[in-house]
Design a protein. Structure first.
Length: 185
């Protein structure tokens, strides 16, 4: 019963408040008799119209990993990075980021001497690659070939001089996966 009275009171007050908002006049106060009188609804509210979609959705296209990868020849490793780009110091060793892709090695062409960690990632989507460094009495490669998307690390102590870096898989070196690294004091 109390709920019905509160509802009836709200039905009386709301129209006055709405009228006051529209006209700018303060709402008239309801008399006690009006507040307790039963109120019958004055108009029926229609249910909201049913919404229909305006356009049909289609599934999105799937992008294959090979899309957006450029062929070699557009960029060489020295054009992309300067001697300190792609390199960070971690404790006593420099860390150098290396990317392998058909048929290119992306990394700095010049590095400082000292302990160095190469973080090598095969960003190719089709071919296995590896990373080998030769020079100044050093010859070392990753323990295993890297499948597309895989990474590996190699730690070496670089002394000043020139090194040849290449991919020892099949004839990848002959197809352009080779560069000369200059190590400075």
């Amino acid at each position: 019963m109390k709920r019905l009275m509160v509802f009836a009171l709200l039905l009386l007050i709301v129209p006055f408040a709405l009228t006051a908002c529209q006209t700018g006049a303060p709402p008239a106060a309801a008399t006690p008799a009006e507040a307790t009188a039963e109120v019958a609804p004055t108009e029926e509210v229609a249910p909201a119209e049913e919404l229909t979609p305006t356009e049909e959705l289609t599934p999105t296209e799937e992008v294959t990993p090979a899309e957006g990868i450029t062929e070699t020849g557009e960029m060489t490793s020295t054009e992309e990075m300067t001697s300190t780009e792609g390199m960070t110091e971690t404790g006593a060793a420099n860390q150098v980021q290396v990317e392998l892709i058909s048929f290119e090695i992306r990394m700095p062409a010049s590095l400082p001497a000292g302990p160095t960690e190469f973080v090598v990632t095969n960003i190719d989507t089709e071919h296995e690659h590896n990373f080998e460094i030769e020079g100044q009495g050093l010859e070392q490669e990753l323990d295993a070939n890297l499948a597309p998307g895989e990474s590996g690390t190699m730690q070496v102590d670089l002394t000043p001089g020139e090194y040849t870096i290449y991919c020892p898989v099949d004839d990848h070196q002959g197809q352009g996966m080779e560069l000369t690294l200059t190590v400075t004091e």
